[in-house]
Design a protein around this ligand. Structure first.
Ligand SMILES: C[S@@+](CC[C@H](N)C(=O)[O-])C[C@H]1O[C@@H](n2cnc3c(N)ncnc32)[C@H](O)[C@@H]1O
Length: 231
């Protein structure tokens, strides 16, 4: 899947303000529950790990994309690694998965992922994550964007069908000889209903303490829901 190509395109998507509001919501939960020692799964370019550290919280970030982890190092965020959650040995008071990470997981992979989160938490630890609502997938995420710069051209085309959002990513980068090199890949995100998530979380041993509506890209309806779950 195109996680590494997504990493190259992400800085140009201009989501920073929106993602900042989402990170603030997660940060307020971490503070309200008085949690320290946070594992951020799918940490991306390390912005949440960095904010936790700035707020005197211990944090570690992991991501499956080596490009994202390289981008963290480039930004000076060192407490991150490109490893799978199942290989994490330390225990944490809180695990976060922010900005679509759970939507990258297929239906039949959810149980194992939630069990791995459960195993990396201390007793009474919290698992906090967001997912896209159906409205978020159907009305907000679908569509096509192109961006034309002097040294690159980006095209993103997303279609939602059969509970899946398939996003085609195309990047042309100008080479030294002025020719353009093309990179193409796609990302699949999966819609997970509230019933499915609650069932899988329960099976893994979690209690859902709170379900919060969140509007990231829309002023009308919630395009995301935040789950606050306790071990
Ligand atoms: C949209 S980005 C969000 C990044 C970051 N959490 C943020 O809030 O800016 C989703 C990230 O999840 C990562 N990812 C997807 N599936 C993952 C998994 N199973 N384990 C770890 N990282 C994953 C991707 O590589 C990508 O960096």
């Amino acid at each position: 899947m195109g996680l590494n190509l997504y990493s190259k395109i992400e800085p140009f998507l201009d989501f920073y303000d929106e993602v900042y509001t989402l990170h603030n919501e997660f940060m307020s939960i971490v503070f309200n529950k008085d949690l320290d020692n946070v594992l951020d799964v799918g940490c991306g370019q390390g912005f949440f790990v960095e904010s936790l550290n700035l707020n005197q919280k211990k944090a570690f970030g992991i991501d499956l994309s080596s490009e994202q982890i390289e981008a963290c190092y480039h930004r000076g965020v060192e407490n991150v690694a490109c490893i799978d959650l199942k290989d994490v040995k330390e225990k944490y008071d809180c695990v976060t998965a922010i900005f679509d990470v759970i939507n990258y997981i297929q239906k039949d992979g959810l149980k194992e992922f939630f069990e791995n989160v459960y195993n990396s938490l201390n007793d009474n630890g919290y698992f906090i994550f967001d997912v896209n609502t159906l409205y978020g997938f159907e009305d907000i995420a679908q569509g096509c964007i192109t961006m034309d710069f002097d040294d690159k051209f980006i095209a993103i085309d997303a279609i939602y069908e059969d509970e899946k959002l398939i996003t085609d990513l195309t990047l042309f980068i100008k080479e030294e000889d002025e020719s353009f090199k093309k990179e193409k890949d796609f990302i699949t995100q999966y819609y997970h209903s509230k019933d499915r998530l609650k069932k899988m979380l329960k099976k893994a041993g979690f209690k859902v303490e709170e379900l919060r509506d969140f509007s990231l890209h829309s002023d009308e309806k919630a395009d995301k829901q935040i789950y606050i779950c306790k071990k």
